[in-house]
Design a protein around this ligand. Structure first.
Ligand code: EPS
Length: 346
């Protein structure tokens, strides 16, 4: 139903996204997109690039008088730091980054040509398209939020700040865990009929594709294995006012690859950023001699920003699954179809 492509290098002219499949008739408040872009740029531990850029999206197509036409929406986020032609070569690949694997794969001789596109700067495009998906979902009272659960193993606010400061002092980086929740999701998004239609698989695929994400779980996740089945499955109840309901949500809102009407709760972990100011061992790709890895301007901790990107990823999957279930051309038709469905399952 919904698909998107992004383009752009970290220090190229701009980052671009094209989102296709959003229905006609949605009023788009561009300030909402820019608010999300600003959230992505924030958080303690962000690097100097964030002081340069003030990410804002210019909408180039798909809207007339701020209302969607059903045609592809093109978003452009200009880079203030447009310096790709002037930047020095990177000859010492950074462990953890795409540098070495990318060089070998594409037959390049300068890791700069890899890192410009592999950079997490492309997530600005993900967030801008996610903001459009959120605007659609809000029409149906579906809301998505994220929060940081831990940084470097610390789970209190003060502990997390200390970890980031410690990394900063030691010229190091630090990762962490974040959680994303979607409230108001109706029962019935996704399906068990084919593996590629399962909602959990689709969410996992989008979130694990965010640069730096190394782990993912839904609901109780890895916690399931510490308990017996009788302790973890969410018993089913019914009341006239609520309809079917649960008293627990260990499933994280998904059973059999389908949303079950409870909040969708997913967690992911982000590894520490790969660019280290005190670099690890690497190899000079020209003469193959041992050397320290390249040092680039970078961030110390971006777990909070990764949560914002993951919100966008979740918004994209839910919007896609929603349009698949309720129609995809006109917002009016989708609203009618949704109301009919709610009546039927009551
Ligand atoms: C990023 C922009 C980048 C990095 C970061 C994410 O800007 P620059 O490379 O000019 O400092 O701050 O990307 C990485 C750390 C990475 O490893 O790719 C952004 O806009 O989010």
């Amino acid at each position: 139903m919904l698909r998107y492509l992004t383009a752009g290098e970290s220090h190229g002219k701009a980052i671009i996204a094209i989102l296709e499949g959003l229905p006609a008739g949605i009023k788009v408040d561009a300030s909402k997109i820019n608010q999300e872009l600003k959230r992505r740029q924030s958080g303690f531990g962000r690097g100097k690039r964030m002081a340069i850029e003030k990410d804002t999206a210019v909408i180039l197509s798909g809207l007339k008088r701020q209302v969607t036409l059903g045609s592809p929406i093109t978003l452009l986020i200009g880079n203030k730091d447009f310096s790709i032609e002037k930047l020095p070569k990177v000859l010492y690949p950074r462990p953890g980054h795409a540098d070495l694997a990318g060089l070998l794969k594409y037959g390049l001789t300068d890791a700069r040509e890899v890192l410009e596109r592999a950079s997490a700067r492309s997530t600005a495009a993900t967030v801008a398209t996610g903001a459009l998906c959120k605007i659609l979902l809000q029409q149906f009272n579906i809301r998505i939020a994220s929060r940081v659960l831990a940084i470097g193993g610390e789970d209190t606010g003060a502990g997390m700040m200390e970890k980031i400061k410690e990394a900063m002092i030691n010229k190091d980086t630090v990762g962490g865990v974040f959680e994303i929740t979607a409230c108001g999701v109706p029962v019935g998004l996704g399906s068990y009929v084919q593996p590629d239609r399962r909602l959990d698989g689709r969410i996992a695929g989008e979130i694990i594709s965010i640069p730096g994400i190394k782990g993912f779980e839904i609901g109780l996740g890895f916690g399931y294995v510490e308990n017996f089945g009788s302790q973890v499955h969410d018993a089913i109840y019914f009341s006239k006012s609520k309809g079917y309901f649960r008293q627990t949500n260990n499933a994280g809102g998904i059973e059999g690859g389908i949303s079950n009407g409870e909040d969708i709760i997913v967690r992911a972990c982000m590894k520490p950023i790969s660019t280290l100011m005190s670099p690890l061992d690497s190899v000079n790709i020209t003469n193959k001699k041992s050397a320290k890895a390249a040092v680039e301007r970078s961030d110390i901790c971006v777990v909070e920003a990764a949560g914002v990107v993951a919100e966008a990823a979740l918004a994209f999957v839910l919007a896609d699954a929603f349009l698949e279930k309720f129609g995809s051309d006109s917002l009016k038709d989708i609203k009618l179809s949704y109301q009919n469905y709610l009546k039927r399952i009551k």
